[in-house]
Design a protein around this ligand. Structure first.
Ligand code: TXA
Ligand code: MG
Length: 354
C-alpha cells in the first residue's frame, strides 16, 4: 500500500528541543504501532522496526525487497540491553564494547528467544550493536526496545548516507524518515562473529582487522570469500552484487590499462581514490564528471554519496579507479568490488547494463 512518507529533521546537538521531542514522540508511536521509521546512525541510515515484534520485522523485508534469509542487525542503546538479548557474553565482547561502543562495530553472539526467527533468518545468533549517533540511541531509549535495522535502501542498491537517499529508495513504502544530516562514518559497521572458535570478520568496516587484533590480543580471521548472490552465506549481505548503482559501473584495478573510450559519445562519471599520480587519460571535460576521494576516512564518508550522485547524473557509465590493495582501503575495496564489474566481465559495449 502506498503511504505518505514524512521527512522530519532532528538536530543531533539538540535532542531535547520541543521540535526534536515532537519528532521522537511520533517516531516512537509509529514503531510501537509495528510500523517502520528510517533513522540516522553514524554509518548509514537504518530502516528500523521493533526487533521483538515479528510482524513489524516482516515489513522491513517487504519495504526493502530483501530476501527473508538475510538477517538484520539489532540496535541497542546500552550494554545491559545488548546483554539482555544475547545468551552468552564472552570476555571478547566486553573488550569490543569497552573499546568501540558506542560505534561502528556489530558483534554476532547466540541470541535469546526474545529475538524472533524473522530477525535472524532463523539463525541461532544475532548481530548486535550500540550506534554512536545520538539520535539513534535516543530513539531506541525512548522506544524501550531494540530496533532491528538494515541499511535504509532497496535490497542490493546503494546504501543511504542522507535522508534524501533514503527517500529516493523508500518514499511511499515507510511512514517516517528522521533527517539527522549526512552520516559521519559513511560505510556500514564492521561485523565481527564472536559465536565461534575464533573471532571472525564477516564484513570489513571502519574498524579494521589490525585494530581488532590489538584490542583482542588474539588472531582475528576474515571471511574474504564473495559468494554468488543466491547462495546462502555465512553473512548473506556478503553476496556478489550489492551496493550497486543502476548505471553500468566498471572497476579498474591499479595498473590495469584503460578501456577504449574513443567510441563513447555519452557522458561518463569517474571516481578515483588515493593520492597516487596515476596516468589519467584526457577525457572531454564536458563529457566526464570526476570525483576524487584522496584518503580512506574521507573516502568512506563520501563513497555512497559519490555513487548516488553519479547514478543520478546523466552519466551512462561509471568508471571506478580502485584504491590500492592496502589495509586502510579494505572496507572501501570490499564495497566497490560488489558495486562494480571488472572490465573482463564486461562485453565490448561498456554502457550495456547488467
Ligand atoms: O552500519 C551498519 O551495520 C548499518 C546500520 C544501519 O547499523 N546496518 C547494516 O545492515 O549495514 P544491513 O542489513 O545492510 O547489513 C547487515 C549485515 C548483513 O550482511 C547480514 O547478513 C549480517 O549483517 N548479519 C546480521 N545478523 C547476522 C547473523 N546473525 N549472522 C551473520 N551475519 C549477520
Ligand atoms: Mg545494506
Amino acid at each position: 500500500m502506498e503511504r505518505t512518507t514524512a521527512i522530519r529533521a532532528i538536530d543531533p546537538d539538540d535532542l531535547d528541543s520541543e521540535r526534536s521531542r515532537a519528532v521522537f514522540d511520533d517516531a516512537v508511536r509509529i514503531l510501537q504501532d509495528g510500523r517502520l521509521v528510517a533513522f540516522p546512525t553514524e554509518t548509514v541510515y537504518g530502516l528500523g522496526a521493533i526487533a521483538t515484534n515479528p510482524e513489524a520485522v516482516v515489513r522491513i523485508f517487504g519495504a526493502k525487497g530483501r530476501p527473508p534469509t538475510n538477517p538484520l542487525i539489532v540496535h541497542v542503546s546500552d550494554l545491559s540491553m545488548a546483554q539482555q538479548y544475547t545468551r552468552t557474553w564472552p570476555p571478547t565482547a566486553d573488550r569490543i564494547a569497552e573499546h568501540f561502543w558506542p560505534g561502528p562495530i556489530t558483534i554476532i553472539l547466540p541470541r535469546t528467544s526474545m529475538i524472533p526467527d524473522r530477525v535472524t533468518g532463523a539463525r541461532e545468533t544475532v548481530g548486535i550493536r550500540i550506534p554512536s549517533n545520538p539520535i539513534a540511541r535516543e530513539l531506541i531509549r525512548r522506544t524501550g526496545f531494540p530496533l532491528a535495522a538494515p541499511s535504509a535502501n532497496r535490497s542490493t542498491g546503494i546504501s543511504p548516507t542522507t535522508a534524501d537517499h533514503v527517500s529516493k529508495h523508500l518514499a511511499g513504502r515507510i511512514d517516517l524518515i528522521i533527517d539527522g544530516g549526512p552520516t559521519n562514518v559513511g560505510i556500514e559497521s564492521t561485523i565481527l562473529d564472536l559465536s565461534g572458535e575464533a573471532p571472525t570478520i564477516l564484513r570489513p568496516g571502519k574498524i579494521t582487522s589490525e585494530e581488532l587484533k590489538a584490542v583482542l590480543e588474539e588472531p582475528v580471521l576474515s571471511v574474504e570469500k564473495i559468494v554468488p548472490t543466491n547462495q546462502v552465506a555465512l553473512s548473506p549481505g556478503q553476496s556478489a552484487v550489492h551496493y550497486a548503482p543502476q548505471t553500468p559501473t566498471i572497476r579498474l584495478e591499479p595498473g590495469e590499462p584503460w578501456p577504449d573510450l574513443s567510441n563513447l559519445t555519452t557522458p561518463i562519471g569517474v571516481i578515483r581514490f588515493g593520492s597516487s599520480d596515476m596516468l589519467l587519460p584526457t577525457l572531454d571535460q564536458a563529457q566526464a564528471t570526476w570525483i576524487h576521494l584522496p584518503e580512506p576516512v574521507i573516502a568512506e564518508r563520501r563513497l555512497y554519496e559519490a555513487l548516488h550522485r553519479l547514478d543520478d547524473s546523466n552519466a551512462t557509465l561509471i568508471l571506478v579507479l580502485m584504491p590500492p590493495n592496502q589495509p586502510a582501503w579494505t572496507a572501501i575495496r570490499d564495497r566497490l568490488r560488489r558495486a562494480t564489474r571488472s572490465l573482463s566481465e564486461t562485453g565490448p559495449d561498456l554502457t550495456r547494463s547488467k
